[in-house]
Ligand binder design. Structure first.
Ligand code: FAD
Length: 423
């Protein structure tokens, strides 16, 4: 009953660890020859942290990430629009973490190797497609030496990301990723702590913003923290943009002039940007939701299933949740197409709605209301928008994204301790 997993990203690796936890043999087929800690910061919401803790990773997370305590929206002139506590401070039973994406991926990778052995992870194996039959599935794979091979199992779980080859086989006519006009420039620089020292801060408006959060504790000697930042500008989407690739390195000329006067007494954006050793450009893309994630014994998960604009910080969190829900379905149905169908039924509707909701700016959409009412410039936000209106907006988003406090705190474990699949 081997589960084949395409892609060793956050979805694929969490899937492998979940399979191991519940006694399902699994093999990860990852296209790159050797995994490197790529990307910059990501946020892991309490629902995802709960799952990683259930996988026994609490101590390791503490070593690579920082517990986030505040989420704040700040107007273009540096005044607060909204601030709320996050994680345990907000009443969740589990924290929210800000981590370096690459460090998280490497942690999951090391844990897969430690727990499952080197044979569980085949790097330099790019899945190009599949054949599915009533009894099993075969992944078609190009190997690092220029050859090709086939790997057979009970199911194929496709965590191969934004440009998923498996999804392309399911949907040969799907359009290119949809670009709504925003471009992100991402980097990480050392700087002094701002606000709580563990705050996610978004400054600006809908068409020009700067996102900032620390991804390390302050260095005991220098007091400086590694700070993740994203500068975002919006353009006319009809003009098109270059191919979407998370790893396109650029210099700062394309965007820094637009942020040159964004200097506040608590945050100096130009100097933070100049302090980054490297900057990556990523046009903010997603894909239109599809009607099915399952084709026989093959199922999409993570970004391959529902890549979304990263406005609600839930891409990596949802990849983790997907893997855990799939594990729960294996426990209920066995490692077969019934489990895949049950997974799809549980998640496809809410995730498709979330993809579309994030096109509307997710929780940040409230800045659009502020722009409409005062052009984004205000002294006291209460003169612009009543607090109760913002509160209702935020509560609505959290419920849709699956991390409403009461709902999460009272939910039973996705996978009960000790549960094993019996075949
Ligand atoms: C290099 C990189 C950098 C990123 N940086 C950021 C960031 O800074 N901030 C942010 O918010 N999000 C970033 N992301 C996206 C973020 O990791 C995902 O949105 C989220 O974690 C969901 O993860 P996933 O496992 O579904 O997809 P991904 O994280 O994209 O992982 C997909 C994995 O599949 C592998 N793969 C792709 N095609 C194939 C194939 N045909 N066969 C086998 N393996 C394949 C890839 O090499 C990758 O390891 C990045 C993704 C990548 C790949």
């Amino acid at each position: 009953m081997t589960a084949l997993i395409a892609g060793g990203g956050v979805a694929g690796m969490t899937m492998a660890l979940t399979c191991h936890q519940i006694g399902v043999p699994a093999v990860v087929l990852e296209s790159v020859r050797s995994l490197a800690p790529l990307g910059v910061g990501i946020n892991l919401q309490p629902n995802a942290i709960r799952e990683l803790i259930d996988l026994g990773l609490e101590e390791d997370l503490n070593a690579i990430g920082i517990e986030a305590t505040e989420w704040a929206l700040v107007g273009r002139n540096g005044n607060d629009v909204w601030s709320e506590p996050r994680g345990r401070l907000a009443g969740y039973r589990w924290p929210q973490y800000s981590v370096h994406r690459g460090e998280l991926q490497m942690l999951l990778y090391r844990t897969v190797l430690d727990r499952m052995g080197p044979d569980a992870m085949r790097t330099g194996h790019r899945v190009t497609g599949y054949r599915t039959s009533p009894d099993g599935v075969t992944a078609l794979v190009d190997t690092r030496d220029g050859g090709s091979t086939e790997v057979s199992g009970s199911v194929l779980l496709a965590g191969d990301g934004l440009h998923s080859a498996v999804r392309s086989q399911m949907y040969p006519d799907q359009p290119e990723p949809q670009w709504g006009g925003a471009v992100l420039w991402r980097g990480a620089s050392y700087g002094p702590p701002i606000r709580s020292g563990a705050s996610f801060t978004l400054v600006g408006s809908l068409d020009q913003r700067f996102i900032h959060y620390p991804i390390s504790a302050p260095d005991p000697e220098t007091g400086l923290q590694l700070q993740n930042w994203i500068a975002e500008l919006s353009f006319d989407p009809s003009k098109g943009w270059r191919q979407s690739d998370w790893n396109r390195q650029v210099d700062t000329d394309a965007f820094l002039p637009a942020f040159e006067d964004w200097q506040f007494d608590w945050l100096d954006i130009p100097s933070l940007v100049r302090g980054a050793p490297a900057v990556w450009e990523f046009p903010m893309v997603d894909r239109d939701p599809v009607e099915r994630w399952v084709d026989g014994r093959v199922c999409l998960l993570g970004d391959a299933a529902h890549v979304m604009y990263p406005v609600g910080s839930n891409g990596a969190s949802q990849a983790i949740i997907d893997a855990r829900v799939m594990g729960a379905m294996f426990l209920d149905h066995g490692v077969n197409s019934n489990a895949l169908e049950a997974f799809e039924s549980a998640l496809i509707e809410p995730m498709s709605s979330l993809v579309l909701r994030n096109r509307g700016n997710g929780p940040v959409g409230i800045l659009g209301v502020v722009d409409e009412r005062c052009g984004g410039i205000f002294d006291d936000i209460n003169d612009v928008i009543p607090r109760a209106e913002i509160e209702a907006f935020m509560a609505n988003y959290k419920a849709a994204a699956g991390f409403a406090i009461d709902q999460l705190n009272s939910a039973p474990s996705t996978i009960a301790p000790g549960a094993q699949v019996v075949n």
